[in-house]
Design a protein around this ligand. Structure first.
Ligand code: CP3
Length: 354
């Protein structure tokens, strides 16, 4: 088909994977499993290779990115790899002065608060992130039939870090701009949509088999505000990569009231956190989309029997959905016992193999 002809030959081997079949809502040999934040501090082999290397520096080294991305695939046997990076990497790449502070998160030296500040957000070119192209080339070769998920931060969540200057509980500066200076806000999220689109295109052209847009903090908004002030920018991102034909996943936290709109924004797969059961999530998202989720990451601290009972609940609620990708409702918590993740992958595969 026309869309398939645009797929880089490098990832042809992954097309029949359970993960991509589920994204396309085709029958699967077993429910595919991967975990948001599957690479990272829960793994001792990650902590070892990161010793003495700052987070953002590690994201710019193709050798480290490749190794860290592969670690959870080797250890857990997950059905997909997610490219190791961070949502602020493209912003750093265009020259925004920011850092990722351990235990805190992204911190921006000079927050974006005015029309003049917008000039600092220039578009991203493939040359700005040549290490991404290089790392994905290496990864696609190493992964062969295991698909690689590329990702980016969504305009709202990126705007929150840029406007607040760092992590925020209430997003007050962000909302002040959204409600009080709507023209500036619209220009900001539109600019971020362009940067994000460019970044996703780089990843797809290098061989990523799917992309996920992380709108982690958008659950802070009411539906009417999401529709008016955020959805157009997120929709622009999804539209910009539509012609590649790779599945587009849309994820946020606390988004129970937004699930319908998040699907409408243009995703093929919508992520659901643990607050909404999968069957109810499917009703809210509506037909024609696959769903991803939704075990509470804290359940992994409860011991094997409880983990399996809660995984059964997720599978039962997702039974009969056209496409289900098993995941957590948010990222792996850093102190999670990695053994519990390995066992969970095995358990879901066993319970669902047909
Ligand atoms: O395995 C994977 O999922 C890929 C890796 C990944 C990272 N960040 C690596 C990382 C992904 C997908 C992200 C996305 C990301 N980054 C999001 C969206 C996903 C989500 O969790 O909602 C957000 C909101 C960020 C911003 C960010 N970066 C935070 C909140 C933090 C944690 C700060 C801390 O130290 O607790 C980071 C840093 C970060 N990104 C780490 C990792 C592995 C930890 C830093 C380290 O290991 O030294």
């Amino acid at each position: 088909s026309a869309s398939n002809s645009q797929q880089p030959a490098a990832n042809a081997a992954a097309q029949d994977s359970a993960f991509l079949k589920a994204c396309r809502r085709e029958p699967v040999p077993h429910t595919p499993v991967w975990f948001m934040r599957q690479a990272g501090r829960s793994l001792p082999e990650y902590r070892k290779v990161r010793e003495g290397v700052a987070m953002l520096d590690s994201c710019m080294r193709p050798d480290l990115v490749t190794e860290i991305t592969l670690q959870p695939v080797r250890r857990h046997g997950v059905d997909a790899a997610i490219y190791f990076s961070d949502i602020v990497v493209p912003l750093k790449a265009i020259g925004i002065d920011l850092d990722i502070k351990p235990g805190v998160g992204p911190v921006v030296e000079q927050p974006i608060r005015s029309h003049e500040d917008l000039a600092r957000l220039r578009d991203l070119t493939p040359e700005d992130v040549s290490y991404v192209t290089e790392a994905i080339g290496m990864l696609v070769r190493e992964l062969s039939s295991t698909p690689l998920i590329g990702f980016a931060g969504a305009p709202f969540t990126l705007a929150s870090y840029l406007v607040e200057g760092g992590p925020s509980r209430n997003h007050e500066h962000t909302k002040a701009m959204m409600y009080g200076a709507p023209d500036l806000w619209a220009a900001l999220v539109d600019r971020l949509a362009e940067i994000t689109s460019s970044f996703l295109k780089v990843q797809i052209e290098a061989g990523a088999s799917a992309v996920q847009l992380f709108d982690s903090w958008v659950g802070a908004l009411a539906p009417a505000d999401y529709r008016r002030s955020v959805m157009p920018a997120s929709a622009k991102v999804f539209e910009s990569v539509a012609s590649y034909g790779v599945p587009r996943i849309h994820f946020g936290v606390g988004t129970g009231e937004l699930l319908g709109l998040m699907g409408e924004a243009g995703a093929d797969v919508v992520g659901v956190d643990w607050r909404v059961p999968m069957d109810e999530g499917a009703r809210r998202v509506g037909p024609g989309k696959a769903l991803q989720g939704n075990l509470d990451p804290a359940v992994l601290f409860a011991g094997r029997e409880a983990v399996e009972a809660k995984a059964d609940e997720v599978l039962a609620a997702a039974d009969g959905l056209e496409g289900h990708i098993f995941n957590l409702g948010h990222g792996v918590l850093p102190t999670t016992d990695p053994e519990s993740l390995t066992r969970l992958v095995e358990y879901v595969h066993e319970r669902t193999s047909r």
